[in-house]
Structure formats: C-alpha cells, structure tokens
Design a protein around this ligand. Structure first.
Ligand SMILES: *Cc1c(COP(=O)(O)O)cnc(C)c1O
Ligand SMILES: [Zn+2]
Length: 420
C-alpha cells in the first residue's frame, strides 16, 4: 500500500479546486460545490496493468486502485463483473449493427447496479469508524444498503418515498433494516436525510459519504471496457436518476485512457429518462446547460428524482462527448421491458425498459447511427417491479389435465403466425 490513504490523495471541490481531508464530507465550505476523490495516478500506473487486472478475481474489486478505500475492502467483496452479453436479436429489432447488454440485473447480492456503490461506501464507512449506515433511496439503494449492512454487521436506516413498489419495500425489510417510508417524493426524502445526516453521526452513503459512494459506479465502465477486449464502446446508453452513473462511466473511460489501459477514441455517453421525470433529458434536448426541477410522475420509480444532484455534470458530459438524451412514456417503458425480455431473455426493471426504449429512439433518429456499436447499461431486475407490468404481459391459459384439451389449445396456436 502507498500510504495510510491507499491511492487516494484528497477530496477536491469540483468548482473551486480547494482540497479537503479524506473524511465523511461532501460539499465545499466556500461555494457548496460537490467534493470528489483525487488519486495518485502515477502510483496507480505502476501496479495497474492489463495482465495484473486479468489475474485478479472476477469482481469489481479487480480495479481496486481506482476505488476509494484505503485498505482491502471489507463489504461487498463479491460484487460486480456482471455479464456483457452480445444482443444480436435485439440489435436486429432496433436496427443497429452491433449491440451489447451490460447486465446488472444479476449483480450480487441485491440485483441492481447499486451493489457497486454500496460496497464502496460501506467499506469506506467502516474504515472511518462508522457503525450505523443510512441512505435516501428510490428503492434499489435501500435494498443494497440493507443487505450489505446486514452481512457486515452494521446497523442501517433506509429512507424511501412511501409509494414505492412492494418488491422494493420487502427487499429492504427482510434484512432487518430500519425502513422509514416518507409521505413525499424522493426530493423531500433527500432533503430530510440531509438534515438527519447533519445531526446524527451516521454514514449516509449518498449524503456525507457521496464522494466515495459515487466512485463505485466507475466499475461498471471499467468492466465494459475490459469485457470488450480493452476497447471503449462507440456508444453507451445510461439511465439517469441523479445523473451520477452517467458521469462516472465517462470518468472510468477517461481514467483507463490516462493509465494507458485502453486507446483513446471518440465515444458518446447518452442519457435516458422517463418522460414523467425528465429534467436532464428535457434540458439536453433544448440545448441548455442547466435543468429545471420537475415533480415526478412515472412507473420508473427508481429514476424518479426531480432535482438531480449531478444533472448539471451529466449535461456537461453529454455535451463534451457529443451525446444525446431522450425520454419515454410509461407505455414505451413497458414495451422496452418486453423487447429486452423477448429478444434476449433478460427481465429488467422499469429503468431497463427506459434505457431500451430510449436506445430504440436514438437509433431510429440516427443519433446513434445504424452502422455503429452500442452498449446498453441495464441496471436493475424486473422481479422487483412486477407492479409496473402486471396486467400487461398477457395471461396464462388454464386447461384441465387432459391431452385433448391441450391439443385443442395447440391447434389454435398453429393457426396463428406468432408460433414458429
Ligand atoms: C439508482 C439507479 C440508476 C441511476 O442512478 P444515478 O443516480 O443516475 O446514478 C439507474 N438505474 C437503477 C435501476 C437505479 O436504481
Ligand atoms: Zn469549492
């Protein structure tokens, strides 16, 4: 290890560049700019070669030098390295030459990309001496904090909007977390959590621990590059809630270029949202570099953040990479979920429907050219948002246990062209 801080040097304000010690703090005292972890890239370059990485276990921690922990991680050590799947049938359906699915619906242990950010945040929280962890969540983050805290023997409080899907609520309660449902939308939950974080000495993963937490998202981008044979994809389509994941995928590509792990090439990181909560995509489409807050109303509850903390920076990344954003309605989200399931056998939650349906729009309009190659970041599992598509999948057909009844049913199928 390099020093007591590992490969981290300091926290640094994204606005004025002032540096802060590596504690549990997230805003600059002078301009309220967000703080970000700074690394010792010269030291990292010595130990992080392609062959060194390839020899390590297949988890997100194979990129450990670029993740903000001082010592070896202690929480979520099995997280990440989810499949990157070549999606030939979906490519044909969407009209693009080459398509890949980064499948975080099967991330360990709570089936969403949030396990990445939580393993970093809780490992770091332990290093800093915290025994109680907490979060403000649209659902998946609460699930992951609850599960990983349970496994680590930490106490957890998770705060959610009270109108979340059953699947997301039960998936937090089962681990014995303290689940606090707030009568209000996420932005109100978040505001309350900022007050609580200031008053109690807890590690709020996405409040005072945010600089560390957010870095965990980079692992999704690192994995994509390595799994493509150390190449950055021409196009990556990313769902946006706070906008953090999109900015960190860009950062992951930039860091791999800086360390010589991949060749520099033009690439675009596109953003996707639901029309019922589209502050970032509306601003991108209007050519603005700032967003107007909205009041969310969509089935994509995991993305329902009306005042996105990283919206400004997500817009900047899209501008700098020449990328686009778009948004889709609730019926389009359901259609996206079904397209992905029918073509690739992957059942995503609503956020995955958003990303698939937005990719369809970007390809159809030429913003992703048909001759190019694209990766879709599919970030959560459909088993957690059954409410969103219940009643929209058709129904099972019931017969008595009789061969004659089955054959009668089959003869009506054979008359229809849907069965090949
Ligand atoms: C949290 C979340 C995202 C993106 O979150 P950001 O705040 O933009 O980083 C995407 N998909 C799912 C399923 C999520 O839970
Ligand atoms: Zn500052």
């Amino acid at each position: 290890m390099q020093s007591t801080n590992g490969f981290m040097k300091a926290l640094k304000c994204r606005e004025c560049g002032r540096e802060y010690p590596l504690s549990a703090t997230h805003v600059c005292e002078f301009d309220f700019g967000p703080l970000e972890v700074v690394y010792d890239y010269a030291a990292i370059k010595k130990s992080m070669t392609r062959s060194a990485i390839e020899s390590r276990p297949q988890t997100m921690w194979r990129y450990r030098e670029l993740l903000p922990v001082a010592k070896e991680p202690t929480v979520g050590t099995q997280v990440g390295f989810t499949p990157l799947v070549r999606a030939e049938r979906l490519a044909k359906r969407l009209g693009i030459r080459e398509l890949w699915i980064k499948n975080d619906t099967v991330n360990y242990p709570t089936l969403s990309f949030k396990d990445r950010v939580v393993s970093v945040a809780l490992s770091r929280a332990r290093e800093l001496g915290f025994t109680t962890v907490a979060c403000a969540s649209t659902g998946n983050l609460a699930n992951s904090v609850a599960a990983n805290a349970a496994a680590a023997g930490l106490r957890s409080y998770v705060f959610i909007p009270s109108d979340l899907e059953q699947g997301k609520i039960i998936n937090s309660l089962v681990y014995g977390a303290q689940v606090i449902a707030i009568k209000g939308h996420y932005d109100e939950v978040n505001r309350l959590c900022a007050e609580i974080a200031g008053k109690y000495g807890w590690a709020f993963v996405n409040v005072n621990m945010r600089p560390y937490y957010a870095e965990g998202s980079k692992s999704m981008g690192f994995e994509i590059v390595e799994q493509l044979g150390w190449k950055i994809p021409e196009h990556t389509v990313v769902p946006m809630a706070s906008g953090s994941l999109l900015t960190k995928i860009h950062k992951s590509f930039q860091e791999f270029i800086k360390l010589g792990l991949t060749e520099e090439r033009p690439y675009r990181v596109h953003g996707s949202q639901a029309t019922g909560c589209n502050p970032i995509s509306a601003a991108q489409k209007a050519g603005l570099d700032f967003f107007k807050p909205v009041k969310p109303n969509t089935i994509a509850k995991s993305l329902a953040i009306g005042t996105p903390a990283d919206g400004f920076y997500a817009l900047k990344v899209m501008r700098e990479t020449g990328a686009s954003a778009d948004d889709v309605t609730d019926p389009e989200i359901r259609e996206g979920i079904k397209m992905l399931a029918e073509c690739e056998g992957i059942f995503a939650e609503t956020a995955g429907g958003v990303t698939t349906a937005v990719a369809k729009k970007l390809i159809a309009s030429g913003r992703i050219p048909a001759k190019d190659s694209a990766v879709l970041c599919i970030t959560g599992n459909g088993l957690k948002t059954l409410d969103a598509i219940a009643g929209h999948t058709g129904t099972a057909r019931e017969i008595r246990p009789s061969l004659r009844e089955f054959e009668a049913l089959l003869s009506t199928d054979e008359a229809s062209p849907a069965i090949a």
